[in-house]
Unconditional design. Structure first.
Length: 262
């Protein structure tokens, strides 16, 4: 008997799924330690847009007084570091539990961090030209559309402002999001990819029962061309791997870009 696919509100589902990930101790929900905050106060820091390769220090302007938006960046990992470096930090995320991590670290360390809950495609909580820098680690994989993210980022940045973004190379989604190191890599899907649309109904049902966040593989036209179409000039680029993905044995699975609002 075939299994029909349920109708989903992806934003609501992924909010609950990431709250569940916090409860389960997902590595991307573990806040920074007091030692890391203390090092940042001395000007020593390392932050990630992807999974293993630190962002080059020369991608950042001076932090003191910088208006910085952590976009879909909850979890108490990067935001407290930036606040300790002297930036005025706002963290925007879809998960209330992830935002609670940032508030917890801020209270623990005597930092000021503003937290706002919402959809990364809609930054209407902020006026035009509110920020000098947006830090957007790999998270638009959980969003069905990425071009609205770039357009909203451009709107809320000041002229000359920076967008630092990490995202998945779409090659990763050709093989599916639920393969392990023991499996043979077989091309199963096309790009753009969508868990709700492309997964076998039984596999999708398993994901929903387990509270696994749903993912979306965007095209390079939307990931990179979408930034330039929005008005950004890309001035930095590097690739990284996902250590748990067998694809990484053959090709990088992440991309990071540094873009300037022209």
């Amino acid at each position: 008997m075939s299994v029909s696919k349920p109708s989903l509100n992806v934003r609501e589902y992924n909010r609950a799924a990431w709250n569940h990930q916090v409860d389960n101790g997902n590595p991307f929900t573990i806040p920074v330690t007091p030692e890391i905050v203390a090092a940042a106060r001395r000007g020593e820091f390392s932050v990630l847009l992807t999974e293993t390769k630190p962002v080059p220090h020369d991608w950042f302007p001076p932090f003191e007084g910088l208006e910085l938006l952590g976009l879909a960046c909850g979890g108490g990992q990067q935001g407290p570091v930036f606040a300790a470096l002297g930036a005025n930090v706002t963290i925007f995320d879809n998960s209330s539990a992830q935002l609670a991590r940032d508030r917890m670290v801020a209270e623990r360390e005597g930092l000021t961090i503003r937290t706002v809950e919402g959809d990364m495609r809609d930054l209407s909580a902020f006026t035009d030209e509110s920020f000098d820098l947006i830090f957007h680690p790999v998270s638009n994989v959980f969003c069905p559309e990425v071009r609205p993210v770039w357009k909203e980022a451009w709107r809320v940045l000041r002229k000359g402002g920076l967008l630092l973004a990490g995202f998945a190379n779409p090659i990763y989604y050709l093989f599916g999001t639920h393969i392990d190191e023991q499996e043979t890599l077989v091309v199963r899907y096309s790009i753009p990819y969508s868990d709700p649309e492309d997964l076998d109904p039984e596999d999708l049902e398993t994901c929903l029962k387990e509270g696994t966040p749903l993912e979306f593989g965007h095209s390079l036209t939307d990931l990179i061309g979408g930034q330039t179409d929005a008005g950004f000039a890309i001035t930095g680029f590097y690739e990284d791997i996902c250590p748990d993905s067998p694809v990484s044995k053959y090709h990088p699975t992440y991309i990071a870009t540094r873009s300037v609002k022209r």
